[in-house]
Design a protein around this ligand. Structure first.
Ligand code: R1P
Ligand code: URA
Length: 290
């Protein structure tokens, strides 16, 4: 039995941070970082049956062309993804009455699709592109607390990146779900996403502070690892994908991260029409879901 302090439920039976009940969860969950983006998705719905909000976690549940969808905002950073993934999983795989995990045959595998924004590291991944993440690389510390098992290639990439950047820890690397990427990411650029524990220094941005090492961005852009599976390079930056992919693997959920490229760090440009790029990604993803 899971204690009251580990599985925390609110007085109405909803889970602690998301403030959702098991009934609010559809088999497909769309997640966005920005709470305002939830309505940007649900405005396409035929009908909305539930709207809720607690902290940065805004949720709409409704129907798009007859398909029931839950759309949820996560806020920023993998600390929040730890909350979102564990609480979504608890909503479908833990019996809140007995406080025990449902028997294996009753457990559910969710399909979770992140619709995020991202900065490109490479000149050939332009603003306006949508990038579907194949491998996620985590510079954050989340996976120091879970027993993630990495493949040989994933470990090699993490070790090589640690050496390239001179880091005191090994980044974690997780390949996502190829099938989901092929289904929902058709037409998108396929890339390898670097998940950073910050937007400024960890993404090589200098306002008033220097970033170490001074050539950090160039080291990332030029990073490559050759293996039997071909050449691995990093294509883009953001702040959540590695947490999603790693927890998706650990909990047994199918996860895809789609990234609207709104900045290009090779050319120094930021999108004049970031919202339109996100809109196009939302509409294309919804159409592929039905
Ligand atoms: C930073 O501006 C935020 O934008 C990106 C980053 O991952 C970070 O959360 O994603 P979202 O637009 O989905 O929030
Ligand atoms: N989100 C990020 O995390 N980085 C960018 O450059 C753009 C969006």
């Amino acid at each position: 039995m899971i204690s009251n302090a580990e599985l925390i439920l609110n007085p109405n039976g909803s889970i602690y941070h998301l403030h959702l009940l098991p009934d609010h969860i559809s088999d497909t969950i769309l997640t966005v970082g920005d709470p305002a983006r939830v309505a940007q998705v649900s405005r396409h719905f035929d009908s909305i049956e539930f709207e809720g909000a607690h902290r940065e976690f805004v949720t709409h549940v409704g129907y798009y062309k007859g398909k029931r969808l839950t759309v949820l905002s996560t806020g920023m950073g993998t600390g929040n993804i730890d909350i979102v993934m564990n609480e979504l999983d608890a909503l479908v795989n833990i019996d809140f009455v007995s406080r025990t995990v449902w028997p294996v045959e009753e457990q559910l595998r969710l399909r979770i699709v992140r619709l995020g924004t991202s900065g490109s590291l490479q000149p050939d991944v332009p603003i306006g592109a949508v990038l579907a993440t194949e491998h996620a690389v985590g510079l954050d510390s989340l996976m120091q607390f879970y027993p993630l098992v990495e493949t040989g290639l994933e470990t090699q990439v993490g070790t090589a990146l640690q050496a390239t950047l001179g880091l005191p820890f090994t980044p974690y690397v997780v390949r996502g779900d190829d099938l989901l990427r092929e289904q929902l990411g058709a037409g998108a650029v396929v890339g390898n996403t670097l998940t950073c524990p910050g937007f400024y220094g960890p993404q090589g941005r200098r306002l008033r502070l220097d970033v170490t090492p001074v050539d950090y961005l160039e080291r990332l852009r030029n990073f490559h690892h050759e293996s039997g599976e071909g050449e691995f390079r990093l294509t883009n930056f953001e702040m959540e994908t590695a947490g999603y992919y790693a927890l998706g693997r650990l909990l047994g959920h199918q996860v895809l991260s789609l990234n609207a490229i709104v900045a290009n760090r090779a050319t120094g440009e930021f999108a004049a029409n970031a919202n339109a790029i996100v809109d196009a990604m939302i509409e294309r993803t919804l159409q592929r879901l039905v």
